[in-house]
Design a protein around this ligand. Structure first.
Ligand code: MGD
Ligand code: MGD
Ligand code: SF4
Ligand code: MO
Length: 765
């Protein structure tokens, strides 16, 4: 047999150091500097006219929804501009005028391109035509749209079972695209639909479903404004959800207090200048966090248990700290939880969480008399082995205080991708939902598969083991986003056929199956015109609100297609026009898709009309205090065990996080000004005492190593930076450190990779 052809592609790109500059971290988030940075990026990528046109329409009622994070827009968007620096960067990044075309691919092979860094790859610009990488070739070449669709259909027909195909989704796609994509996967015959949520808020979904009966948050934006206390745990809003700071500022103006729970004191939570208000330009900065609890990595359970024990002790005096009326009416498990709390030793919990006694007392005193409490969180809670338990422990606090299902109180898992929540709502999921399946049969006229499909971790394994051969991605950068880059690269390269529907080049276009396709699509900011009609899509934000989005920029080229249109065309080609769904018509007219969404997806109704303007909220049982689907018809208090990390003297826990200049695997720039890092990403944040003990000086070069199940993984060449981080904890940027995350270690129940608590050792180079 002939040797297998493998392209010689790099999974890291060039790892040489740049010219690192260190400065004092900028401690005031947003403000005039944020606006200046936003405009600098926009003007450079898009030119002044295109930038001003797009920015003035972003997040306005008749405009397009920011393509970056899922933070909601206020009812009445500010006319000064309802966007933040990182929203503007995301826009500039997708609406850039730089282009990747046929001449480019003729000149550069995938092997050569893979030597570039992720930053350099992204800078190359928008992909302007469909391309194919044929078997045995190292150059992409142009392919006609119809030929590309036919190739996909033919490859799907070659498979022995529909379960040999996997359909991944990243969270930027519209409800319309995601609905068609999910229904096509099912009509084809598989539930193999991993999505970025699996690596993101899956732990939140599982924990909230178990305890409150819905896998989404319960608060609306307005709830934050008059909350008495907002806890921000495991989240860096100054970088990742910047306009959340405006909501926190408003809460503080109304007398509310903010508690930050985070190993790092993130700049956005220290000071803020609101660029949407005049006083944010001329006045002094507003402080945000009243209390900062520098918890050790993955010790939130110890910290919250300690707070609960102290609150319970206060409550035992006059029964006036917990909401006993609420507990009796709506909550199960109170006595069990109280009994369980008594089994813990306060001193041990204190040592474990790493926070000072004084700060904990201050927190307990503040929480004792308050009931309008909101807990916001993101990846700092979800991406651990006990990610689900972390969130359940915070829910315990809310339930005991009766801070659920009332105005100005509740859960706020802050979603990442701008439409990750909508994608899930409209049917992107690997598990089986019986109501959905029934609706599909009734309204779409086919029988969907009943066998659970692969999530992200299972998908990697299936490709690696040869059980899956066809891998299609609606957006994203699976190779760099998933854990264990070396393993994931092998998995993808084992496939016969891989397809990327995308806007810009990333490493997943270079490390591919034997044959690979790139199908380029519009960005959210671009006009989507068909038969002379400007079409709009819909999205769902982090708080369950569905609204329209309509692009206004001239598309980069007419040679690309919208996501719904190409998915519909693929389905139509595969079914040869013979299927119970009229794919072709839906690809042309999104109103038909929305009609089907209304019929098939619970909670959606009259979307065509109701998604206009500020949009509409999907039903949410927690807001109605309806726990009828849970055991005893009640919300559930839970008993959660403590995480165990036995660290040797030379071992540390590493969290992998985002810099201020990136969107997930898309690297916009090389600075992280809120942490004082300029012109380098291969840095490792370390406690000064730990550095001293390990004999390391600032900017020494180390290799980071993790060893799980006898496999040694190495991320070479990182510069050590002294930083205010708890001892035995380390931090570095993702995706450079994903090589260290073992593929077979993930959160219990949610399977989210343990990207925030990787046990590592350092080797001085
Ligand atoms: N500009 C920009 N915006 C983004 C993104 C982006 O990359 N760039 N990504 C989007 C996506 S998909 C997502 S999911 C979100 C991510 O938003 P975040 O979750 O804010 O992102 P991370 O950088 O992963 O930051 C995690 C935070 O958790 C803290 N942390 C780590 N471990 C622990 C722990 O054990 N306990 C506690 N209490 N804290 C901990 C870290 O110090 C850090 O502040 O942002 C979205 N928005
Ligand atoms: N170690 C570590 N790993 C992590 C994380 C972490 O904190 N640490 N975070 C995890 C999280 S929270 C997430 S959500 C995942 C993210 O995983 P993904 O969603 O897979 O990755 P992204 O980097 O967001 O994808 C970026 C690519 O999407 C494409 N794209 C952009 N806009 C569009 C569009 O409108 N349509 C289409 N079709 N394509 C588009 C572009 O080609 C771009 O290169 O990563 C996860 N991985
Ligand atoms: S907060 Fe998020 S959604 Fe809002 S403008 Fe900024 S990046 Fe965009
Ligand atoms: Mo995410």
């Amino acid at each position: 047999m002939a040797a297998k052809f493998r392209r010689k592609v790099s999974i890291t790109g060039n790892q040489d150091f740049l010219d690192l500059k260190l400065k004092e971290p900028v401690r005031i988030a947003a403000g005039a500097l944020g606006v200046k940075e936003a405009l600098r990026h926009s003007f450079k990528e898009m030119g002044v006219a295109r930038s001003m046109k797009a920015l003035s329409s972003m997040n306005q009622h008749d405009g397009f929804s920011c393509p970056s994070c899922a933070w909601p827009d206020p009812e009445n968007p500010s006319k000064i501009g309802e966007y933040c620096e990182n929203g503007a960067k995301a826009l500039a990044d997708e609406a850039t005028t730089a282009q990747v075309d046929a001449t480019f691919f003729k000149r550069h092979s995938v092997e050569e391109l893979s030597q570039l860094t992720d930053y350099e790859l992204n800078k190359l610009g928008r992909i302007v035509a469909p391309f194919v990488l044929r078997e045995g070739s190292i150059h992409y070449e142009p392919i006609a749209w119809t030929e590309a669709y036919a190739l996909i259909a033919a490859e799907l027909k070659k498979l022995e079972s529909p379960n040999e195909a996997i359909f991944y989704t990243s969270g930027r796609s519209s409800n319309e695209a995601a609905f068609l994509y999910g229904m096509f996967a099912r009509a084809f015959g598989t539930n193999n639909m991993p999505d970025c949520s699996n690596m993101c808020h899956e732990s939140s979904g599982v924990a909230l479903s178990e305890t409150l009966g819905i896998g989404k948050g319960s608060v609306k934006l307005e709830d934050l404004y008059e909350a008495e206390v907002v806890i921000v745990a495991g989240q860096n809003p100054g970088t990742n959800h910047p306009r959340m700071l405006s909501a926190l500022a408003k809460c503080k103006e109304n007398g509310g207090k903010v508690i930050s729970i985070n190993p790092l004191e993130e700049s956005g939570l220290v000071n803020f200048k609101n660029p949407q208000h005049l006083k944010g330009w001329v006045g002094p900065p507003q402080s945000i966090a009243d209390i900062h609890l520098p918890v050790k990595i993955n010790q939130d359970i110890a910290l919250i248990k300690l707070i609960l024990i102290k609150l319970a002790a206060l409550d035992s005096i006059k029964n006036d700290i917990f909401d006993h009326e609420f507990l009796k009416t709506y909550v199960a498990g109170y006595q069990n939880l109280l009994d369980n709390l008594k089994t813990f030793d306060e001193k041990l919990l204190l040592a474990q969480c790493g926070v000072s006694k004084e700060k904990i007392e201050e927190t307990v005193t503040l929480l004792a008399k308050k009931s309008k409490i909101v807990v916001c969180w993101a990846m700092g809670l979800t991406q651990h082995k006990n990610g689900v338990a972390n969130i359940r422990e915070y829910v315990n606090l809310l339930l005991l205080k009766g801070a659920i299902g009332k105005p100005n109180a509740g859960t706020c898992p802050v979603r990442g991708h701008s439409n990750v929540q909508g994608d899930r709502s409209v049917g992107i999921m690997h598990f089986v939902n019986e109501t959905l399946n029934k609706n599909i049969e009734q309204f779409l006229g086919f029988v969907p598969p009943k066998q659970e499909g692969y999530d992200t971790v299972a998908a990697m394994k299936a490709m690696h083991d040869g059980a899956a051969k066809f891998f299609m991605c609606l957006g994203g950068n699976f190779l760099m986003a998933a854990s264990d880059t070396t393993y994931t690269a092998e998995a993808i390269q084992n496939c016969d056929f891989t397809v990327q529907i995308s806007t810009k080049l990333n490493r997943s276009h270079l490390v591919t199956g034997k044959i690979a396709l790139i199908l380029p699509t519009y960005g959210r900011s671009e006009k989507d015109i068909k038969n002379g009609k400007l079409r709009n899509i819909t999205i769902e934000n982090s708080m369950g609100q569905v609204r329209q989005s309509r692009g206004l920029l001239q598309p980069i080229t007419d040679a690309i297609r919208s996501e719904p249109e190409m998915i519909a065309a693929i389905a139509d080609t595969y079914f040869e026009g013979k299927h119970s769904m009229n794919w072709k018509a839906m690809g042309e007219n999104y109103e038909l898709i929305r009609q089907k969404i209304d019929q098939v997806i619970s909670g959606f109704s009259n979307t065509e009309h109701r998604s206009k303007g500020a949009g509409y909220y999907l039903p949410n049982n927690v807001r109605e205090l309806d726990f009828s689907k849970l055991p005893e018809g009640k919300a559930q208090l839970t008993i959660n065990t403590m995480p165990e990390h036995h660290l040797e003297k030379d071992e540390y826990l590493l969290m992998t996080m985002r810099s201020h200049d990136q969107f997930n695997t898309t690297i916009y720039g090389l600075d992280d000004r809120y942490r004082g890092i300029y012109n380098e990403r291969r840095v490792l944040f370390m406690n000064q005492k730990d550095m001293h003990e390990a004999g390391l000086a600032a900017q020494d070069v180390v290799a980071i190593r993790s060893e799980y199940d006898g496999i040694l993984r190495t991320a070479p060449r990182f510069k050590v930076i002294p930083y205010a981080i708890p001892q035995s904890n380390l931090a570095a940027y993702f995706p450079e450190t994903n090589v260290l995350v073992p593929f077979n270690h993930f959160a219990d129940k949610s399977n989210t990779p343990i990207s925030k608590s990787i046990k590592v050792k350092l080797v001085k180079m």
